[in-house]
Design a binder for this molecule. Structure first.
Ligand code: SAH
Length: 441
């Protein structure tokens, strides 16, 4: 039995809170929705004070403050995921999503020679649901992984979410070690006995053979926004509205600003969003993978350098004006995969972006769904599995808007198993699972 079939034969379906919730890839907008909540939040007061003292701020600074300010930031203070929160994500919709990602990592581990140890590093783990589903696959494939020394490393800025992750993932009987000031601010042991640690920054995660995972993480990193004008590129800034007290508005910078350096010389769009933080993280991942091996799997909504204004807000499963009641709503912008590819070039090979629908189909989602349906005789659970499948796969829902992108060492694509056959006109399918059609052997 291959890896996928063995997991497929595994456990029954777990109940997931589903639907009809808003997922963040859904709409485009920025600041055009009617203002629904005019309350002056502590974050708004903080921003007004800041702008009054030092002048208008970039959209990137606005996003950073609103989302991750250590005292008042949106991510730092609340659990925003799921039915009662502001938006829903794929791992929260269906267990199959995380299971297939778990298989992807094991498949890469096997294909690259079954290293004696690996680290699974997740960036922005939310409630820990995705890592939980992956760890379950690791347990089910215990016989395959039995001699491998695995550790889990979570990069999370939110104290609140890290507590929820610990509840989801760790063994209650083993007390967590906490050290607020240390780069490793929490440590414990997972329910299946694997060491698990928390960090605020990827830089602090030990270097070593690792698999990296980022699901709906890059879209919350701060973007700079630029508008093309007759005078050249001008950065969009956030200022206080002179007409209405306690209200913010967008303005254009009167002259060039430093982040303009991130715009491509041959850029043809008239509005662009650039995310230097994403570049820094991708370069770090590429550097690590090129030195020690492993791979990174990145899944998010985004585009290949084609879209313009994608900055938007979500609150209570509704679109939300990004400048209203800051700190109470999620802010997000589509990921520019062409930029991620450029930032990784030279050090590692990149794959994708390909649609979520294609990736999950290539990973065998249909087989996994059938097995779970065959094993479950409870009608409500079967309906939930089917609803979850449709939500993940339907091109009108998450199937097309969400994309998968991977970084692997160059030799992974140019090894002897992936050479063009002299008789073939096309290169053989990708040797990396999910990025080529599933072949049953
Ligand atoms: N991956 C999860 C959660 C996505 S929400 C899922 O798909 O369900 C974004 C996550 O990234 C949250 O856990 C948030 O706290 C975290 N986050 C946001 N900015 C971050 C930063 N700069 N560094 C580390 N984590 C961050």
């Amino acid at each position: 039995m291959n890896v996928l079939a063995r997991v497929a034969a595994g456990r029954l379906a777990a109940a997931r809170a589903v639907i009809p919730c808003l997922w963040r890839g859904q709409y485009f907008s920025s600041g055009k929705e009617p203002a629904e909540d005019n309350s002056v939040t502590p974050m708004l007061r903080h921003l007004i004070y800041k702008i009054k003292s030092t002048g208008p701020i970039t959209v990137a600074e606005y996003m950073r403050e609103v989302l991750t300010n250590p005292a008042k930031g949106y991510y730092v203070t609340r659990d925003m995921l799921g039915e009662k929160g502001d938006f829903i994500t794929s791992p929260e919709i269906s267990q199959i999503f995380g299971e297939l990602l778990g298989i992807w990592f094991i498949s890469e581990w096997i294909a690259t020679g079954k290293n004696a140890a690996f680290q699974l590093v997740e960036l922005g783990p939310g409630r820990g649901t995705l890592s939980g589903d992956i760890l379950r696959v690791f347990s089910q494939l215990g016989s395959v992984l039995k001699n491998c020394d695995i550790s889990i490393h979570l990069v999370e800025v939110s104290q609140k979410l890290s507590e929820i992750q610990a509840l989801t993932l760790t063994e209650e009987k083993v007390p967590l070690e906490r050290e607020a000031g240390s780069p490793v601010y929490m440590k414990g042991v997972t329910k299946s006995g694997i060491p698990i640690s928390w960090y605020r920054d990827l830089q602090d995660v030990p270097k070593g053979y690792s698999f990296y995972l980022a699901h709906e993480f890059f879209d919350v990193l701060p973007v700079h926004k630029f508008q093309k004008t007759p005078q050249g590129w001008r950065e969009v800034l956030v200022d206080i509205d002179p007409q209405v007290s306690d209200k913010l508005r967008f303005v254009l910078a009167p002259c060039a600003t430093p982040a303009e350096a991130f715009i491509q010389c041959d850029e043809t769009r008239d509005h662009v969003e650039v995310c230097p933080d994403a570049g820094v993280i991708i370069q770090e991942l590429a550097q690590r993978i090129s030195l020690t091996g492993g791979a990174a799997l990145i899944a998010d909504y985004g585009h290949d350098g084609t879209k313009t204004d994608t900055f938007r807000g979500f609150c209570g499963h509704q679109l939300h004006d990004v400048l209203i009641a800051p700190g109470t709503a999620d802010l997000t912008a589509d990921v520019d995969f062409s930029y991620l590819r450029r930032m990784s070039q030279g050090k590692v090979a990149s794959l994708g972006p390909i649609s979520q629908q294609t990736f999950l189909r290539n990973m065998g989602i249909d087989v996994r769904l059938k097995i779970l349906l065959d094993k479950s005789d409870e009608p409500s659970l079967r309906e939930q599995l089917l609803q979850g499948y449709r939500m993940l796969m339907n091109p009108e829902k998450m199937g097309e808007r969400f994309n998968f992108f991977a970084l692997v060492p160059h030799q992974r694509l140019h090894g002897r198993h992936h050479q063009m056959n002299a008789c073939q006109s096309k290169p053989s399918p990708s040797p990396v699972a999910g990025f080529g059609e599933l072949v049953w052997r």
